[in-house]
Design a protein around this ligand. Structure first.
Ligand code: FAD
Length: 400
């Protein structure tokens, strides 16, 4: 960041990733306000000229154009000309406008959700670079509801819904494992707009429908919950204000030889649906294995129960655990893991295995104890292994 530039309120800056850019000049030709220029080293965006029209985004053949940072002072052209890679997102302490405050709130929620990983989280080395904070409350994306389907049995107590949102002409790039923000309409009892809520993307990066500009969410109706009831009651054709995308570490490895162990309850299955669909669509014969441990009270309450039965075991090894089936013992996800310790150990011993835990906060300790027990039985120090996996971007927790 140039020292000569005065510090100003945090703002969003459009940047080009020099590691991916192929210097084809398309963006410079497209930009209607001449905000894009280049030197011998890089193509760059002039923060003083860019008006966020996004005209340059879709013509870019590599996606290098689609990068954004929240900055306290804009990176100058000279800064950008000198880069070999994009700088990391700086820590923004004092957001001053609604939009940036929302970005900071989302970052806080994500950090809290990832706290169970036990330290600073790291993205998988082979994960694609995510776009974050593209839209916020000051400038939300408007999505249209394309479908709202109940995922749980009509007789089940829990109402979990599959919601499909279409972004029309708007650019809304997501990766599997990221979340979006939903702005519930209306104001609270103090007349302030309701805070955003985060929801995991449940579809792969190329859309719920391949090549469509849409995504899916898996939303559980919470009793008296403001935003979940708003979403679960949405009708086809309704418009929704969306922020994000958010989350830069709970991402899927792009390496087809990576093994992926996924452990979830309830709506924690959302990102894993995205992971599984990504592999199914683009890496069907991937040498890496995928394994799912999924806990619910009863089969009727397990989101995606029907579709999951149809996913071949060769693509996704499935273990279900039910804790409230009348006449049967209570089996929790950690019990099912212990019962499959040989398979768990085969995964954990492999240096390309990634572990993901997603769902309610309450599940973390039971799963962690099960992993520790399974490792202890095989003479492996789980705490040490978990620490190594975390620093290598192979251990991820997202609980809320
Ligand atoms: P809120 O209105 O915020 O209420 C929260 C809780 O308080 C509810 O349980 C509600 O029952 C209770 N409550 C509210 N008012 C009262 C009252 N007057 N008396 C007593 N109790 C009350 N959720 C999903 O469904 N799917 C996802 O994929 C998903 N992904 C997430 C990803 C991340 C990273 C994070 C952080 C959260 C995620 N969540 C997800 C949770 C989601 O963001 C919301 O927290 C959730 O939907 C509840 O929001 P709400 O507005 O409905 O409830």
């Amino acid at each position: 960041m140039s020292e000569s530039q005065a510090t100003i309120a945090p703002k969003k800056q459009h940047l080009i990733d020099p590691e991916i850019c192929i210097r084809c000049n398309t963006c410079e030709e497209t930009c209607p306000v001449d905000a894009i220029t280049h030197d011998d080293n890089n193509y760059v965006v002039d923060a003083d000229k860019c008006n966020f029209c996004l005209d340059c985004i879709s013509p870019c053949p590599t996606g290098s154009i689609n990068n954004w940072r929240i900055v306290s002072a804009s990176y100058s052209l000279e800064d950008q000309f000198s880069w070999q890679e994009l700088p990391p997102q700086e820590e923004i302490e004092t957001p001053s406008e609604d939009g940036e405050a929302d970005d900071a709130e989302a970052a806080r929620l994500i950090e809290e959700a990832h706290a169970g990983s036990g330290g600073k989280t790291v993205a998988p080395a082979s994960a694609s670079k995510p776009t974050i904070n593209l839209y916020n409350r000051s400038r939300p994306a408007t999505a249209v509801v394309m479908g709202n389907f109940r995922l749980t049995d009509p007789a089940a107590d829990n109402d979990v819904r599959h919601i499909i949102l279409d972004f029309g002409d708007a650019t809304f790039p997501v990766l599997e494992g990221q979340s979006i923000g939903i702005i519930p309409p209306g104001v609270d009892e103090h007349g302030k707009p309701h805070v955003i809520r985060l929801y995991s993307v449940a579809s792969p990066r190329d859309g719920e429908k391949p090549q469509a500009n849409n995504l899916a969410l898996t939303v559980k109706r919470e009793p008296n919950g403001l935003c979940s009831n708003y979403i679960c009651d949405l009708k086809k054709g309704d418009q929704v204000q969306v922020t994000g995308p958010f989350g830069a570490t709970f991402l899927m490895p792009d390496d087809p030889s990576a093994n992926i162990m996924m452990i979830c309850t309830g709506t924690g299955s959302a990102p894993f649906r995205g992971f599984t669909e990504r592999r199914r669509r683009t890496m069907r014969d991937a040498p890496g294995r995928m394994m799912l441990f999924f806990g619910a009270r009863r089969p009727e309450e397990l989101p995606y129960f029907g579709p999951l039965q149809k996913v071949p075991e060769g693509l996704l090894r499935k273990h279900f655990a039910y804790s409230r089936v009348p006449g049967e013992p209570k089996i929790y996800v950690q019990d099912r893991m212990r019962a499959s310790s040989d398979e768990v150990l085969t995964f954990l011993r492999h240096e390309k295995t990634h572990v993901y835990i997603c769902g309610l906060k309450g599940m973390e300790s039971g799963v962690d104890e099960a992993l520790a027990d399974i490792c202890r039985g095989a003479g492996i120090d789980w705490a040490a292994l978990r620490g190594d996996m975390r620093t290598q971007g192979r251990y991820h927790v997202e609980t809320y």
